[in-house]
Design a protein around this ligand. Structure first.
Ligand SMILES: CC(C)(COP(=O)(O)OP(=O)(O)OC[C@H]1O[C@@H](n2cnc3c(N)ncnc32)[C@H](O)[C@@H]1OP(=O)(O)O)[C@@H](O)C(=O)NCCC(=O)NCCS
Length: 161
């Protein structure tokens, strides 16, 4: 599906909150907030990030203006990292692939990193299609799983070839 990116508006937040509480998505993302349903913590997190000039936060918008999800780049200069979340109803239609492509056009930082639960095959595939390669594996505590799980770190080097 075709998507565009735009700045986040206050009115997007309720949609993001709902999307980031969809059980299947939470389980898939795994490394979520401790309690995604804590609306006060969610609001504080978004308010902080929207004010931070190092954080690029975009709303992913569909062809008919629907809010499909969000995509962001954050972190210090040497550890810039990409993240995204697509609402369940839009999965499997190329939204994340298109959103990431757009985001990589807007954000020039390289290398750029991404993390995914090792069993999040969809997200790993989206990243690999954009040129990211798995550079190492880690273990980390995943709140959504209540245990430590395998995580992959992917890198987009910016070098051609
Ligand atoms: C992961 C996520 C972003 C994918 O979004 P999406 O819009 O459905 O992704 P796309 O349709 O652009 O692409 C998905 C790709 O993964 C593939 N795929 C899906 N499930 C897969 C799996 N289990 N294993 C391997 N590949 C898989 C699809 O076939 C597609 O590849 P293709 O274009 O070559 O056919 C979405 O499911 C999501 O937001 N999940 C919850 C939050 C999350 O996990 N965010 C990422 C945190 S790292």
């Amino acid at each position: 599906m075709d998507v565009t990116l735009r700045d986040v508006r206050d009115s997007d937040l309720a949609v993001f909150y709902a999307q980031m509480n969809e059980p299947e998505g939470v389980r898939m993302a795994a490394f979520t907030a401790k309690d995604p349903s804590d609306r006060a913590a969610f609001d504080a997190h978004w308010a902080r990030n929207r004010l931070d000039p190092r954080v690029v936060m975009c709303t992913v918008v569909g062809e008919n203006g629907e809010i499909v999800g969000h995509a962001a780049v954050f972190g210090p200069p040497e550890e810039r990292e990409v993240t995204y979340w697509i609402g369940r109803e839009f999965w499997g239609r190329g939204a994340a692939t298109a959103a990431l492509r757009e985001l990589l056009d807007v954000v020039a930082d390289r290398p750029l990193y991404a993390r995914a639960a090792a069993d999040n095959g969809g997200s790993i595939r989206v990243l690999q299609k954009a040129g990211f390669v798995v550079t190492h594996n880690e273990r980390g505590f995943a709140h959504a799983r209540g245990e430590e799980i395998d995580e992959v770190v992917l890198t987009l080097s910016g070098l051609s070839g």
